[in-house]
Design a protein around this ligand. Structure first.
Ligand code: ADP
Ligand code: ADP
Length: 222
C-alpha cells in the first residue's frame, strides 16, 4: 500500500523579486514498510522535500497524497491532525526535552488526546522494544547519544505512524551506534512502518531498500 504519492511536485520560494525553484517537478512514492534513503548535495532540495513529506509545507504545484489525502486541499487543522496520525519525526540532534525523563519524552506527542495510563503503558512498551526498559526514568543527560536517539525513535512511534521521517538520524553518532539505530529502523519496517532518511552517511544508504538522489531539485534513482 502507498503511504505517500507525489506527482510532478514543484516547490518555489519567493524572496523579494527572485523566485527559487527548489523542487523541479518530482515524481515519488513511499510504500508501507520500506526504507528509503534520500541523498544529495547541499542546496539540492532535501529539506524542502522532507518538509513537504512531513506536512510542514505544501508544494507550489503538483500533487502529494499522504495516506490518500491531497495535502494541498487540507486546512491547517486537518494537516496537523493528519501529521500527528500518520507521521513520526526523528532528528539528528534528538530534540529531547531535558527536564523530562525518557518515558515522559516518549509520551509528549500523545499527551493531549489520549488516556494517560494507556499512554504511559505504550511509552514503556516502546522503550522496552528499543532496548531501554531499564532507562525509563533516566533524563536525557544521563543517556548516551545512541540511547537518546532510541528514545527519539520510540517517541516517533507513540501515535502509531505509517511513516517515520528521519533527518540525518546517525549524524551525531559513531558507526557502531549508527548501526544500532539502523537495526531499530529495520524492526520498525518489519512492522509495516515506512522509514525515510535524509543522510550523508553512505552506510545508511547501503542498508536502505532504495536510495534516491536529489540534484538541483531533480530526483533520480541511485
Ligand atoms: P538541502 O536540504 O538539500 O540543502 P534545501 O531544501 O534547504 O536543500 O534548499 C533547496 C533550495 O531552496 C536552495 O537553493 C535554497 O537556497 C532554497 N531555499 C530553501 N529554503 C528557502 C526559503 N525559505 N526561502 C528561499 N529559498 C529557500
Ligand atoms: P505486538 O502485537 O507485538 O505488541 P503491535 O503489532 O501491536 O505489536 O505493535 C506494533 C507497533 O510497534 C508498530 O506500530 C510499531 O510502531 C511499533 N514497533 C515495532 N517495532 C518497533 C521497534 N523496534 N521499536 C519501537 N517500536 C516498534
Amino acid at each position: 500500500a502507498r503511504v505517500i504519492d507525489g506527482t510532478n511536485v514543484v516547490k518555489e520560494y519567493q524572496t523579494g523579486a527572485e523566485t527559487v525553484r527548489a523542487l523541479k517537478g518530482l515524481d515519488f512514492h513511499i510504500d508501507r514498510g520500506e526504507f528509503v534513503s534520500i541523498v544529495g548535495p547541499s542546496g539540492s532540495g532535501k529539506s524542502t522535500l522532507l518538509n513537504i513529506l512531513g506536512l510542514l509545507d505544501i508544494p507550489t504545484s503538483g500533487t502529494v497524497l499522504v495516506d490518500g489525502n491531497d495535502v494541498s486541499a487540507l486546512s491547517e487543522t486537518a494537516a496537523t491532525r493528519l501529521r500527528k496520525r500518520v507521521i513520526g519525526f526523528v532528528f539528528q540532534s534528538f530534540y529531547l526535552i531535558p527536564t523530562l525523563t525518557a518515558r515522559e519524552n516518549v509520551e509528549v506527542p500523545r499527551l493531549l488526546d489520549r488516556k494517560p495510563k494507556e499512554t504511559t503503558a505504550r511509552a514503556t512498551d516502546l522503550l522496552e522494544r528499543v532496548g531501554l526498559g531499564d532507562r525509563l526514568d533516566h533524563y536525557p543527560n544521563e543517556l548516551s547519544g545512541g540511547q537518546k536517539q532510541r528514545v527519539a525513535i520510540a517517541r516517533s512511534l507513540i501515535n502509531d505512524p505509517q511513516i517515520v521521517l528521519a533527518d540525518e538520524p546517525t549524524g551525531n553518532l559513531d558507526r557502531e551506534t549508527g548501526d544500532q539505530i539502523l537495526d531499530e529502523f529495520d524492526r520498525i519496517t518489519d512492522e509495516g512502518v515506512a522509514v525515510v532518511t535524509v543522510t550523508h552517511d553512505d552506510y545508511v544508504s547501503e542498508f536502505a531498500d532504495r536510495t534516491v538522489e536529489l540534484v538541483d531539485g531533480r530526483l533520480s534513482d541511485v
